[in-house]
Design a protein around this ligand. Structure first.
Ligand code: ADP
Ligand code: ASP
Ligand code: MG
Length: 457
């Protein structure tokens, strides 16, 4: 049994939905199908909700446009005899959405749980519609089986409860195709609607694939496969025919938007292959992701760019004690639920730097000031500072550490173009070498690094 996930780019228009229908109806056996909201709808719901809270939205016009988009697709693609039934499900959802927008505009506030409820309508509506478009498919409500719990200040998937609910809900072999909404979930205790984070439909599909021991997970999107870099930014980017789970995980966690990073782990754990395929070009071979890293060609797999990052630097004598400063900083940050992206070497001795998302830089300063309070007192640490507006460029291939001197090579390449390199992380993991540059240089540096490590064919 396969799990297929179609992103917003695949379910955005009548033409692309026709391709989805052809792809699923052409399968040899019933499959689980996970869909995102219609392309761009989640952004639209968020913007409208924020504008409603700020008192500057034309709510009637916005809701009408959202309603039209859904109803037009129903009229165009759902078989005539089933249209009224589908509209009877979708229209009340649109009415409730309208009520929520109005409520937000009246109280001039947008509590997180209200926003989560508002965005959930994207996948709730699209999944009902896609189920009605595909011959012989049935709809399943993912709010019934994708559960989250609170961790630090966020919602994360409660994986074991979710796995057992999925197993309870679906017995194999499936009798029909099942279509369900990605991204959306409920808190396991309160039942409040939550979600798995932006781009989270991929993760829903992976949780289902892992729970049901699927034969493969297919991510259908709008590019011919996982590419050596984002094709929107790097003209020389090309499709990677095969890659390992670890490589895909590294590329995604450093910004390759083609798969939502938490997606890989559950399927990696069960050794379920992932394929990345193009809904708009279904005959393209795509990318196969498996655990067979060792058999792959020796070349660099890809280069990712992560923007909007910061570096926090601890200066002073203690920085010379790399093992201690490393462990203590890393542990303090992890305890605070923070995500360290890289530990970088800087040019100056006596400095130890961590890269992290810019939004977390102030919190990191607080955490590290508290961790190193004794050393700040006795002078072992002379100061802790941050620098924002940075970007990380990550070069990925399993076993990259064996490519000696790659960090230095990248450093010199960028320097020759007068770009400042604020850090090099050589072997932060066995699969990644990364450089940190100013955000203003990000696109140019990405192209330069890509050209250096993946020469055009
Ligand atoms: P979906 O709606 O299918 O989930 P996304 O927009 O989330 O689609 O992901 C697909 C997009 O990811 C592509 O259009 C591409 O611009 C972008 N992308 C970024 N990095 C890569 C990469 N390394 N390979 C392929 N696509 C990438
Ligand atoms: N619709 C959600 C988003 O746009 C989830 C997804 O598309 O994966 O973030
Ligand atoms: Mg996506």
């Amino acid at each position: 049994m396969k799990v297929l996930k179609f992103g917003g780019t695949s379910v955005g228009t009548v033409a692309s939905l026709r391709n989805v229908k052809t792809i699923v109806e052409g399968l040899q056996e019933p499959a689980m199908v996970v869909v995102s909201a219609l392309g761009g709808l989640t952004d639209k719901l968020i913007t409208t909700a924020k504008n409603a809270a700020a008192g500057c939205a034309d709510l009637d016009a916005e809701l009408l446009a959202i309603r039209r988009r859904h109803i037009d697709i129903i009229d165009e693609l759902v078989p005539e005899g089933d249209r009224d039934r589908v509209k009877d499900i979708v229209n009340p959802m649109l009415d409730e959405l309208g009520g929520l927008f109005l409520g937000v505009s009246l109280i001039n506030e947008l509590p997180q749980r209200t926003l989560d409820r508002i965005v959930s309508f994207g996948e709730r509506m699209s999944s009902v519609i896609v189920a009605a478009i595909i011959d012989g498919a049935r709809h399943a409500d993912s709010l019934e089986f994708i559960k989250t719990e609170r961790w630090m200040d966020r919602n994360i998937a409660e994986r074991s409860l979710t796995a057992s609910l999925i197993k309870d809900n679906f017995s194999l072999p499936l009798e029909n195709h099942v279509v369900t909404g990605g991204f959306i979930s409920r808190d396991k205790e309160s039942g409040v609607i939550t979600n798995l984070g932006r781009g989270g439909s991929d993760y829903t599909a992976a949780l289902i694939a892992a729970a049901l021991d699927a034969d493969s997970l297919e991510i259908w999107t709008d590019v011919d496969g996982f590419m050596t870099s984002d094709p929107r930014k790097v003209k020389e980017a090309r499709v990677i025919p095969k890659m390992s789970f670890v490589e895909s995980m590294e590329l995604c966690s450093f910004g390759a938007k083609v798969i939502y990073p938490p997606t890989i782990y559950p399927v990696f754990h069960k050794n379920i292959p992932i394929r990345i395929l193009n809904t708009h070009n279904p005959s393209a071979p795509g990318t196969l992701i498996t655990d067979s890293g060792a058999d792959l060609p020796q070349e660099v797999r890809g280069v990712s760019l992560m923007r909007d990052t910061a570096i926090v630097t601890v200066s002073g004598k203690l920085a010379a004690n790399v093992a201690e400063i490393n462990t203590r900083s890393y542990n303090a940050m992890t305890r605070a639920g923070m995500n360290v992206l890289l530990i970088t070497k800087s040019e100056c001795d006596g400095q130890f730097s961590l890269s992290l998302p810019a939004a977390e830089a102030d919190k990191a300063l607080e955490v590290l000031n508290s961790e190193f309070a004794p050393e700040l007192g006795d002078g072992q640490v002379s100061g802790i500072s941050k620098k924002s507006s940075l970007a990380i460029i990550a070069v990925v291939k399993e076993g990259i550490r064996k490519m000696e001197g790659l960090g230095a090579r990248l450093y010199n390449t960028l320097l020759r173009k007068d770009m400042e390199v604020l850090g090099v992380s050589d072997g932060a993991s066995d699969a990644t070498v990364a450089v940190v540059v100013n955000d203003a240089d990000a696109d140019e540096a990405l192209n330069l690094v890509h050209h250096t490590v993946i020469p055009p064919q």
